[in-house]
Design a protein around this ligand. Sequence first.
Ligand code: ADP
Ligand code: 5GP
Length: 190
Amino acid sequence: MSMCKGKIIIIVAPSGSGKSTLIKRLKLDFPEILESVSFTTREIREGEVNGIAYNFIDTEEFESKIKTNDFLEWAKVHGNYYGTSKEFVEQQLSVGKNLLFDLDIQGTDSFKNYFCNEANAIFIEPPSMEELERRLRVRGTDSTGSINLRVNNSKQELLRKKDYDYCIVNDELERSYNELKSIIKDILET
Ligand code: ADP
Ligand code: 5GP
C-alpha cells in the first residue's frame, strides 16, 4: 500500500551541474509540483531570498532542530548543514501534493531508505569535470575555496550516478531539459 498520496521527486547532482537552472524551469512547466524549502546554515547568496531558496538559519538553531527531531533528513554538505523539514513533507504529502526535492547524495539515500520506491531520484550529471568547474566560476556566487571544495566533492558524488532511478547529462540545456520533462511526465502519470 502506498505510504503517501503525492509523488516524491528528487533531483540529485554535484554543485554546478545545473540543477537549480533545470528546477526553475520545471516549476514553471509543472505548477502542480511544489518544491520543498530546506533549512541551511550556508551564507545567503546574492539574489537568494530567505524562505524561498532556503530557510537560512544559524548553526545553533540548526543543531537545536536536530535535537527536537524536526528534520526528515539532514546532512553536512560542503561544510554547511542542510535539512528537510519533516512537518512540511508529511503535511503536503498527506494532502496529495507532488513534492520536488533538491538533495545531495546523503539526503537522497536517506529518502530512498525511508520512502523506498516511492522516492524517484533523478541524477543530473555535468558533461565533464572541466565544464562543471567552468560553470561554478561563471556563476560567480561562491568563493574560490568553496568552488574548489565543490569540485573536489563532485568526484565522489559522480561515482554514485548509476545508483539512482534516472541519470541525465546536462550538456545542452534545451535537450537535457526536454529529457527531464519527459521523465517527470512519466513519474506523474504512473
Ligand atoms: P547547481 O544548482 O547544480 O549548482 P546552477 O543551476 O546554478 O547549478 O548552474 C551553474 C551555472 O551553470 C549557472 O551559471 C547556469 O546558468 C549554468 N548552466 C546550467 N545549465 C547549463 C547548460 N546546460 N549549459 C551551460 N551552462 C549551464
Ligand atoms: P547549494 O549550497 O549549492 O544550494 O547546495 C549544496 C548541496 O546541498 C546541493 O547538493 C543540494 O542538493 C544539497 N541540499 C540542499 N538542500 C538539502 C537538504 O535539505 N538536504 C540535503 N541532504 N541536501 C540538501
